[in-house]
Design a binder for this molecule. Sequence first.
Ligand code: ZN
Length: 238
Amino acid sequence: MKALFHKSKNSFLRFYLSIGSSKACPLCGWTGHSFIKRCYPYKPAPTYICPNCGSSERHRFSYLALKDKLVNKYAECLHFAPEKFIEPWLRSISEKYLSVDLCSPNAMQQMDIINLQLPDNSFSLIWCSHVLEHIDNDKKAMSELFRVLRPSGMAVIMVPIYGDSTYEDPELKTPEERLRHFKQEDHVRLYGLDISNRLENVGFQVDMISTSNLSADVKSRYIIEYPSTKEIFLCSKI
Ligand SMILES: [Zn+2]
């Protein structure tokens, strides 16, 4: 009975939010007057979730920023920690698609990003969003991404960004310390914009796209701006 009440309450909320058309989700086509607002302690702002597909700001931003850039069919796509909101699009622009994760059942294969069981130069498109901030040895992870990317391929990398300089302290190991210092129990650092130096140090050529490249109308309609996810790092291997 309780579950039934919860389900009908959710259905009513979705119906109510879908009245009007001032807001839209580019990933699933939902329209309405408001996304679902969620607040989390330690996070810099409320986040706005699509009532239909569950996408958040960074998913909608990355799609809108890249849908016209990633138009060619990619031969092979490697998707880390696969987001269900992004997967159908990546599949549609790829001949072959593989998703991997250390433990998520949503991934096609279990794999450790610091020790990929994949050949050199084997993927023309890599999607790695909000993964590296969980990895102790991010230099090794970045090297592995560089190793498996084909020359002239593209690696799309996103992490939460807080300011210019990366803050990390390997002595902070407990979930409580990490929550307090890195804003999430399983984050091991706060990246700054200087992540681009780390990516360049393993060999990538790095271009950055920002939400500032998109118009105010687009930002308002699709709600794509979040304080710590305003950047996408496009990494190529020349
Ligand atoms: Zn959606």
